[in-house]
Design a protein. Structure first.
Length: 489
């Protein structure tokens, strides 16, 4: 039914025409929501319909969605690292080098940062792993970030959370007109060891037949082909922005805030018009309209330095809003406050903070609480996907395509602290613990490296020697001073 609630109901009033190539209603809403939320983020005019007042035909659109998304993006997935873990040795070091090389070659950090931002905008993001075995060893694996509107999972009929395959859809143009190019991955029958082979196939279909299993393709590009036996996981990795039970997809960070954002735009547009009217003004007169030399009516010529002649008895300026702040400022501020509270975006997260709050660790944590809590939930969703993908790369894709096997090596994906560290307070704490014997100098240096300091490998030896020499010099100086002063006769 049209009135049924779906994850895309709040944005449905801004949808355009339904995509003709999608038959499923919920999938169509999902695809349309991606476009709407991206338009809202980029402040595309006319996404929100502004009621035009009087002659104001150029409404103002406030980038409120960008404020919410970009602020959250700074705290989510901060300083993400991929670290190999396992027994110390050449294998562990070689695995880390291979991962680092792949990350550099595929611009992983840049792609991850863009994917992370659009995961907040769209609500979903996709990694796609492929390999080209015609390339030199060590350069075969490719990592691509996809538009989630291309992704259509194939779910287990008995378990909505279990994905047994997926279609990656691309609209193309053929000699016969528009068509759909479909790349399909599927899990095969389970083997005796509990793993399943992965197959892929690629074909071109008529626009309205790609999701119909009874329809044959227009052209089979790649027949059903099985991956190397090492690969037992689908090469498509889906990250949700939110986790909702029973829903295979996530939700945009903007979801549910659309009406408030529209209100912000309407209020600021009305304020913009009010400012213009206060300057130019609106007038009333009982005089006839002015005429030109031919006696034809023309517009009133009003402005600085002009003199108006009229044949009436009255020409007065009409009083309107007496003060912009009182009329619009409070309402505009309330709308922004609603947006910030609903999205868990405190002023301190945006960068507006009182010095006393910044210097108080407890006050800072309390104000950042909503943002940090939200970031922690989304970090877990990110880390879960990234960990699975990098585990598959090291244990499946590198042995299958790069001729590199790392037995006993796994990966750990971690995020850093998005809140700036108070270095002065941190060093005061370390100094206090060192003076009281709670920590040793090795631990002190370890913590100092986290604050940006680097130390040479022989620092323990040289620092100890320097410390002993300084103590000896101070002792000798004191003894000499006491000796020179002599003793009383």
């Amino acid at each position: 039914m049209a009135n049924d609630f779906t994850p895309y109901s709040t944005g449905s009033e801004f949808f355009g025409s339904k995509p003709a190539w999608i038959s499923d209603e919920l999938d169509a809403q999902r695809i349309m929501s991606y476009g709407v939320y991206e338009q809202i983020y980029w402040n595309v005019p006319d996404t929100f319909k502004i009621a035009l007042r009087g002659s104001n035909d150029r409404p103002v659109y406030v980038p409120s969605a960008r404020t919410i998304v970009d602020t959250a993006n700074r705290y989510i997935g901060a300083d993400l690292t991929v670290v190999c873990v396992g027994p110390e040795g050449d294998g562990l070091a070689a695995a880390q080098l291979a991962i680092n090389d792949l990350m550099r070659r595929e611009r992983y950090k840049s792609k991850f940062n863009g994917k992370k931002r659009y995961n907040l905008i769209w609500g979903d993001s996709i990694w796609h792993l492929t390999a080209d075995d015609t390339k030199p060893v060590g350069k075969r694996i490719k990592l691509t970030s996809l538009d989630p509107s291309m992704y259509f999972p194939i779910q287990d009929e008995d378990d909505v959370d279990s994905v047994v395959g997926c279609h990656l859809i691309q609209q193309v143009t053929t000699d016969d007109g528009p068509a759909i190019r479909r790349l399909t991955y599927r899990k095969g029958e389970q083997r005796s060891d509990g793993t399943s082979p992965i197959t892929y196939e690629e074909a071109i279909f008529k626009v309205d037949e790609w999701d119909n299993p009874d329809k044959a393709p227009l052209q089979q590009l790649v027949p059903v082909t099985e991956f190397p036996p090492q690969i037992t996981a689908l090469p498509v990795y889906h990250t949700k922005n939110t986790e909702q039970p029973g829903d295979p997809f996530g939700s945009s960070e903007i979801r549910g805030l659309e009406r408030v954002m529209a209100g912000v735009n309407q209020t600021i547009s009305d304020e913009d018009l009010a400012v213009a009217l206060l300057g130019v003004g609106m007038y009333a007169t009982d005089a006839d309209a002015p005429t030109n030399a031919k006696g034809e009516p023309v517009a009133w010529q009003m402005g600085p330095g002009r003199v108006i002649h009229h044949n009436g008895t009255m020409f007065n300026k009409i009083s309107g809003a007496q003060g912009i702040s009182e009329s619009f400022g409070d309402h505009y501020s309330r709308l922004w406050e609603i947006l910030m509270h609903a999205s868990g975006t405190p002023d301190v997260a945006v960068g507006s903070i009182d010095v006393s709050v910044a210097q108080s660790g407890v006050a800072l944590q309390l104000q950042l609480g909503p943002m940090l809590s939200k970031a922690a939930e989304k970090d877990q969703l990110l880390v879960d996907t990234e960990t699975q993908m990098w585990h598959d790369i090291v244990s499946m894709w590198m042995p299958a395509y790069e001729q590199s096997t790392f037995d006993g090596v796994d990966v750990a994906v971690q995020t850093g602290d998005a809140v700036p560290i108070d270095r002065v307070a941190k060093f005061a704490e370390l100094n206090d613990m060192l003076d009281r014997g709670v920590i040793d100098t090795a631990y002190y240096r370890l913590e100092a490296t986290k604050l940006g300091y680097s130390f040479p490998d022989d620092i323990e030896t040289t620092a100890s020697a320097e410390f002993e020499k300084r103590n000896a010099d101070q002792f000798g100086t004191r003894v000499a001073a006491e000796t020179d002063s002599g003793s009383p006769a």
